[in-house]
Design a binder for this molecule. Structure first.
Ligand code: IPE
Ligand code: IPE
Ligand code: MG
Length: 230
């Protein structure tokens, strides 16, 4: 893994635009989501092959339950299929797979796959892939606060440690595909000093070349963290 301060250690992505990608082709939204999964495979390979240690992907938000039932069940099915297929592949590639979010409400088989992913891939060392599923930044903060209740003198460090991303660096870069300029409840605490890139490309079309452009731009950015340039 690269340790140059100008090179990102952690990239997080709001994978938006699957529905519009399908609509543009007069196809059902479900096909857009299926295509989006292929982009995950391509971009995860690209990120880890560039020596970036952490990739966090927003796959299903706490608000996405409000979509039509057929779309929700399609997304849950795709997630299960993704886990089944990728646990052995990621194990082989030495990538740790974590699911961030409240998975306790999902079906038994998915819950078992999430534990299996963690047990089989924990600490493998080749990179960390976080899939945010039934994840919301506010729900994550509420959960963190509850887990610290009773403790006095809570520090920023204490909160960081009890977030789903505990022990990981904050994202250096957050990318949102699909053209919207909003965070939609993603990594609210961790994004304090992230460089944010909004790109118009719909997620199924997001390419390695665009990823490289973002990394190059990031490397040329003066991150001041409230101080002044040297
Ligand atoms: C995928 O994009 C992200 C998910 C919430 C699963 P969308 O399904 O939001 O696609 P658009 O924004 O409607 O195009
Ligand atoms: C954000 O996309 C959530 C995910 C990518 C999983 P949405 O499509 O749900 O966000 P809004 O509704 O445009 O804010
Ligand atoms: Mg969307």
């Amino acid at each position: 893994m690269k340790s140059d301060a100008r090179y990102p250690s952690h990239i997080a992505i709001i994978m938006d635009g699957n529905g519009r990608w399908a609509k543009n082709r007069h196809m059902p939204r479900s096909l857009g989501h299926r295509e989006g999964v292929k982009t995950i495979d391509r971009i995860a390979d690209a990120v880890f092959s560039r020596g970036i240690g952490y990739l966090t992907l927003f796959a299903f938000s706490t608000e996405n339950w409000g979509r039509p039932e057929s779309e929700v069940s399609g997304l849950l099915g795709l997630f299960k299929k993704y886990l089944k297929k990728n646990i052995p592949i990621l194990t082989r590639k030495n990538i740790s797979l974590n699911v961030l979010g409240d998975v306790s409400v999902l079906d038994e088989e998915t819950v078992a796959l999430v534990s299996d992913a963690y047990e089989k891939t924990h600490g493998l060392g080749g990179g960390v892939l976080n899939i945010c599923f039934n994840y919301g930044g506010r729900a994550e903060i509420v959960r963190a606060v509850n887990s610290l209740s009773g403790k006095t003198e809570i520090t920023e460090q204490d909160i960081s440690e009890v977030l789903y991303t505990g022990g990981m660096p904050d994202p250096d870069i957050i990318v949102r595909t699909g053209g919207e300029h909003r965070i939609s409840n993603f990594l609210l605490y961790q994004s304090a000093y992230s460089e944010i890139y909004f790109v118009d490309t719909l997620w199924p079309d997001f390419s390695e070349a665009e990823l490289d452009k973002i990394i190059a731009d990031y490397s040329a950015t003066d991150r001041r963290f409230g101080k002044i340039s040297e």
